[in-house]
Design a protein around this ligand. Structure first.
Ligand SMILES: [Ca+2]
Ligand SMILES: [Ca+2]
Length: 179
């Protein structure tokens, strides 16, 4: 399973390079967050993760460190809540709606709690290493996807999309994966 995941991720990293910019082609797209979808395939989530790496690696040293990792979780959750949708930059740009029961913003205490969860998660992943390299970062994203993919069919639909959106919006309620 591990080997298969690594192969998938390597293949996707190559695909990501080749399809870069495809989201801006064709159709007069109105919504800047992408098209509405019923399902998000794992391949799209992984392409999105591959493309996000260099944005998350703010100091461009090829490693996502603890601060970068935590900042990503908090900033991404705030943007998701504010925009009420989460863009996924896959084969084309698509979006997942943020569930209505999630508030528009986060209070300071909630931000601090999410930051703490992200840092704990970071330390569980990194162990003795210096930080997350590109493949470790994509592994982390794949794990989140798999936790939301309740029936394990490699795509998120209906309630699975809700779980994923809640996670990315930083909701830490029971039932939502905390890693
Ligand atoms: Ca870095
Ligand atoms: Ca599924």
């Amino acid at each position: 399973m591990k080997t298969r995941n690594m192969k998938l991720i390597t293949a996707l990293a190559v695909t990501a390079t080749m399809t870069m910019g495809s989201a801006s082609l064709g159709e007069g797209v109105v919504n800047p967050f992408g098209g509405a979808v019923d399902a998000v395939p794992m391949t799209d989530a992984m392409l999105d993760a591959a493309r996000a790496f260099e944005k998350v690696d703010v100091n461009r040293d090829g490693i996502i460190d603890e601060d970068e990792y935590a900042a990503r979780r908090v900033v991404y959750a705030q943007l998701a809540r504010f925009n009420r949708q989460i863009p996924i930059d896959g084969q084309s740009l698509i979006r997942i709606p943020v569930p209505e029961d999630i508030p528009n913003s986060m209070g300071a205490a909630e931000r601090a709690a999410l930051d703490a969860v992200a840092r704990r998660d970071y330390h569980l992943r990194v162990m003795a290493k210096d930080g997350l390299d590109q493949s470790a970062w994509q592994d982390a994203r794949l794990e989140t996807f798999s936790l939301a993919d309740g029936n394990g069919d490699g795509e998120l639909r209906d309630g699975e999309l809700t779980v994923y959106a809640k996670f990315l919006s930083g909701e830490l309620a029971p039932g939502v994966p905390a890693t």
